[in-house]
Design a protein around this ligand. Structure first.
Ligand SMILES: CC(C)(COP(=O)(O)OP(=O)(O)OC[C@H]1O[C@@H](n2cnc3c(N)ncnc32)[C@H](O)[C@@H]1OP(=O)(O)O)[C@@H](O)C(=O)NCCC(=O)NCCSC(=O)C[C@H](O)C(=O)O
Ligand SMILES: [Mg+2]
Length: 286
């Protein structure tokens, strides 16, 4: 688990070029909405998508975290997207196809130059072979800059590597694990990639279970039907919540005052478990 105090179970990509999807997004129970200006907008749609989104973000919002995926900063579109997103006071900017730590430094400097508020975070997509190889260096930028999350991009990974993933994506797992480990070492969030077959609920649920078991904090999504199963799979189970409450209560017992390790129901429980339990309960109550 990361240090983030908010829940990041479900992050729905909302194509900014699609007015109906933008309208729909305000009623959806996703923890995060990622408004997309990159791959879901064709080159001829990009300016209109940005303008749609500017207007959409000026209206009242839901309580979801609002993130904008901009185009690469090496393109004129990217700079326009960044200025729009910064002006719209979103929670984070998602930069696609990040390969080198310098790209995050460049984005961070651009935000400093426009006096962006310190709470405006950076999210980075890891979706190329170089990005995966450099995941540790990218995540380490959290120390110097406002990097809050790594996000996997399986479609670009598959396209760049000519991989043929089978059901269960065993071929991808070693690369995904590298990205998860990099994020954990830097104590930032890590979100699993999208599942394209949005009518296949069983397949989606299986991939959520696998992602949660690997340590992902949540999953990026492409369709509203994927929100509820992702919230279930990445949220705490009833057992985990009950255990967390038990641990907090046990350490609050005066008989255990000042102790670093206690016995609870035949198990050893240490202060690290208390910290994890407290974080879980804090996230649940937000
Ligand atoms: C995949 C879709 C094109 C399917 O859309 P559609 O045919 O409209 O589906 P439905 O008829 O079932 O939709 C029902 C209603 O829900 C709204 N809807 C659908 N998708 C979304 C969404 N993502 N956000 C908000 N609302 C949504 C429809 O408008 C319908 O509403 P209404 O008309 O009022 O009844 C579509 O789901 C879609 O475009 N999905 C997102 C695509 C996208 O953003 N792609 C880019 C991000 S993924 C990516 O790039 C991953 C990464 O980079 C990688 O490399 O892997
Ligand atoms: Mg991609």
């Amino acid at each position: 688990m990361t240090q983030a105090d908010f829940s990041a179970r479900s992050a729905l990509f909302v194509p900014a070029a699609n007015a109906r999807a933008l309208a729909k997004s305000t009623q959806l129970p996703a923890d995060t909405l990622i408004f997309d200006l990159e791959d879901s907008a064709a080159p001829t749609e990009k300016a209109a998508a940005r303008e749609n989104l500017r207007q959409h973000l000026a209206a009242p919002r839901s309580t979801a975290r609002h993130v904008v995926r901009i185009n690469s900063l090496t393109t004129p579109e990217g700079t326009e997207d960044l200025l729009m997103a910064r002006g719209a006071r979103v929670d984070a900017i998602l930069l696609p196809k990040v390969e080198k730590a310098g790209e995050l430094a460049e984005l961070s400097q651009a935000l400093e130059q426009t006096d962006a508020p310190p709470e405006l975070a950076i999210w980075a997509m890891v979706e190329t072979p170089k990005g995966i190889l450099n995941a540790g260096a990218l995540a380490a930028m959290q120390l110097a800059y406002r990097l809050e999350a790594l996000v996997v991009g399986p479609n670009d990974i598959v396209a760049a590597t000519n991989l043929r993933p089978s059901a269960g994506r065993a071929e991808l797992v070693p690369w995904l694990a590298q990205i998860v480990l990099a994020a954990k070492a830097a104590e930032i969030l890590v979100l699993d990639g999208v599942y394209n077959d949005f009518r296949d609920r069983a397949g989606f649920e299986a991939e959520c279970t696998q992602g949660r078991a690997m340590g992902f904090d949540g999953k990026t999504l492409i369709h509203p039907d994927q929100i509820e199963p992702a919230n279930l799979a990445f949220g705490p189970t009833a057992d985990e919540l009950a255990q967390a409450q038990e641990i907090v209560a046990a350490f609050a017992d005066p008989a255990n005052a000042g102790r670093g390790v206690i016995r609870l129901g035949g198990r050893m429980v240490e202060l690290l478990h208390l910290k994890k339990a407290q974080r879980l309960l804090r996230q649940k109550s937000l």
